[in-house]
Design a protein around this ligand. Structure first.
Ligand SMILES: O=C(O)c1ccccc1NCC(=O)[C@H](O)[C@H](O)COP(=O)(O)O
Length: 213
């Protein structure tokens, strides 16, 4: 079975072209003011309209209220919402019902206790993003290029489809896939040449390497 790839934090039309051309399955658009990858609604809409059929468009938000989610979902054609804050299972269910879009909940993992918290989302989220937990005081809740100990989840089975994220690069993604058994992987900073600036060559190398896992 082939590994599906999500490239997160796209900001230019050429990023969408590179992601589609490399054969990734998902393109992520960030809506978080502090992020170097943050998009305006107009820019996100323009990027989403560039995406070919078959490339799923994912909006990433962090503890967004309904007003912001209304504005995003009205302006941008989307296939999925990614919730990357401290949204509770109840809030995930509410968002799923309100917008009628599949919801992926990101959960930060640093130790065993985080996997217990993850179980609380299995009933309500359509997918789980198993990401590295940010360090205390980090400016961003994700997209930090930080990996967690993949052995924590080796051989784990969850009730929902899941994606591995956190510090993945073209150089380590094949090993991460082999060790964890992930069938989907997500990357942002590992395919950038500077914060917020994606690199088409790294995107291609990442997708190729993920498939070798
Ligand atoms: O990318 C951001 O700027 C960002 C901002 C706020 C919340 C999450 C964010 N990114 C999440 C991701 O891009 C990925 O889903 C994941 O954290 C992996 O990132 P990386 O370790 O940089 O590959």
């Amino acid at each position: 079975m082939s590994v599906k790839v999500k490239i997160c934090g796209l900001s230019r039309p050429e990023d969408v072209a590179a992601v589609a051309g490399a054969g990734a399955a998902y393109a992520g658009f960030v809506f978080f003011a502090r992020s170097p990858r943050n998009l305006t609604l107009d820019d996100a809409r323009a990027l989403a309209l560039e995406a070919p059929v078959g490339l799923a468009k994912v909006a990433l938000t962090v503890d967004a209220d309904d007003m912001l989610l209304d504005r995003i979902t009205e302006a941008v054609p989307l296939d999925m919402l990614q919730l990357h804050g401290s949204e509770s299972p109840g809030r995930v269910a509410e968002i799923k019902a309100r917008y009628g879009l599949p919801v992926m909940k990101a959960v930060g993992v640093a130790g065993q206790e985080d996997l217990t918290a993850l179980a609380g989302y299995e009933e309500v989220a359509d997918q789980i993003l198993v990401d590295a937990k940010p360090l205390k005081g980090a400016a961003l809740p994700g997209g930090n290029g930080l990996a967690f100990d993949w052995r924590l989840i080796a051989g784990r089975k969850w009730a929902r489809p899941w994606m591995l994220a956190g510090g993945l690069t073209p150089g380590n993604v094949a090993e991460a896939v082999r060790l964890t058994g992930a069938r989907q992987v997500d990357v942002s900073s590992g395919v950038e040449r500077a914060p917020g600036v994606k690199d088409a060559g790294l995107i291609r190398a990442f997708v190729e390497a993920a498939r070798c896992g």
